[in-house]
Design a protein around this ligand. Structure first.
Ligand code: PHB
Length: 393
């Protein structure tokens, strides 16, 4: 038996992109159905990145009181680049007059899910998209199955693939699930969550001869830290004491405050942009369209920037019958996507030590780091990208 639903916009994937899109469409009076194969609990508990650009926070403000980014999150007016034990602050306020907020992605998701459900949004968990049909007509359909295996068809005016890096929608848009510009890196991050007080008020991005480490935070009692590792590292390969050694030797100049480690993960580094972002009445946003390595924290912010553009384009299409913004979407979104690709790659190469780095490479990298931290222009360049380029640029 097949259940058929009818809506204006079918959104595949209840991550930050899909949920924010349904919210912005709702504000414009456009109804949508959001599906996700994961459970609500899984979505709300998966640990992801933590930095929101100022423009991201301003867009989240539109969900009203329900967005806790400003009240529970922390505004950060700078970061530190640590170079061989020496700290160099990149002052966002002084260089670009902007800021970022430390507010974990799963908290953003909790806020968005609560707000969507409170607004009576049709949001379905445990529903897996199997494919999209009739993309080239004005009645595209999502074919899906619910947790009990029952078939669901969502007939819409438009379908949005916000279904992450293993997107099903991507195959419809690009003709292949992997079709895109791609780069892999010879290192990864070993991430930990620990119960300890913060070791620093601001994030420390540390480049050392032993490799890279990032000291981030989550709250007064929980900290997030990462160190550069081999992509094939097994999370069980280190004892807690060894993990603290690995972290500590990459952050000379600060004695890390240690505490019980309650989560470990390895984040592989990939850069990816799908060859196409739209086909007919189907478009991709967020990780379905692109992936960046985590240095620089652009992933979720870029997803939100796509959604801002697509929401406006769908408003023009569905309310005024005007296709121009939609036709421009791939080109307009690509401009920011490739700027963010460049920045994420650049910050990665600036700070990590490649396994095959020669003495020349190492000295050149220190020269590059000094070019950035010792120059007001260098610091402003980094700060502008880190806080997020203005949406209209
Ligand atoms: C994090 O806190 O998880 C985080 C912060 C900054 C990054 C990446 C991850 O660049």
């Amino acid at each position: 038996m097949t259940t058929t639903l009818r809506t204006r916009v079918a959104i595949v994937g209840a991550g930050p992109a899909g949920l924010l899109l349904s919210h912005l469409l709702d504000r414009a009076g456009i109804d949508s159905v959001v599906i996700d194969q994961r459970s609500r609990d899984e979505i709300e508990s998966t640990i992801r990145a933590g930095i929101l650009e100022q423009g991201t926070v301003e867009l989240l403000d539109t969900i009203g009181e329900a967005s806790r980014a400003r009240t529970v999150g922390h505004r950060h007016d700078g970061i530190e680049l640590r170079v061989e034990g020496e700290g160099h602050r990149i002052d966002f306020a002084e260089t670009v007059g902007r800021a970022v907020w430390l507010y974990p992605q799963h908290e953003v998701l909790k806020d968005l899910i609560a707000a969507r459900l409170a607004a009576g949004q049709d949001l379905r968990f445990g529903v897996t998209a199997e494919g999209i049909e009739d993309a080239d007509t004005d009645r595209p359909r999502v074919i899906a199955r619910d947790a009990d295996g029952a078939r669901l068809e969502i007939e819409a005016d438009f379908v949005v693939g916000s279904d992450g890096s293993r997107s099903v929608a991507r195959a419809t848009v690009t003709g292949s699930s992997t079709g895109g510009y791609f780069r892999e890196y010879p290192f990864a991050w070993f991430g930990i969550l620990c119960e300890a007080p913060p070791s620093s008020d601001e994030l420390i991005y540390s480049n050392s001869p032993e490799g890279f480490a990032l000291v981030s935070q989550r709250s007064d009692t929980v900290q997030r830290m990462y160190f550069q590792c081999d992509p094939d590292t097994d999370t069980a390969a280190f004892s807690e004491a060894q993990l603290w050694d690995e972290l500590q030797k990459r952050v000379p100049g600060t004695t890390l405050k240690q505490g019980p480690i309650f989560q470990r993960d390895v984040l592989r580094f990939r850069s990816f942009v799908a060859h196409e972002l739209r086909r007919g009445r189907v478009a991709l946003v967020g990780d379905a369209a692109h992936t960046v390595p985590p240095t620089g924290a652009k992933g979720m912010n870029l997803a939100i920037a796509d959604v801002r553009l697509l929401a406006a384009a769908l408003g023009a299409l569905l309310l005024d019958g005007d296709e121009r913004l939609l036709d421009a979407y791939p080109e307009t979104a690509s401009r920011r996507i490739w700027k963010a690709q460049h920045f994420s790659w650049w910050m990665t190469s600036l700070l990590h030590v490649a396994p095959d780095a020669t003495d020349f490479d190492r000295r050149r990298q220190l020269g590059e780091l000094r070019t950035v931290v010792e120059s007001a222009y260098g610091r402003a360049y980094l700060a502008e990208a880190y806080c997020g380029w203005p949406f209209d640029a």
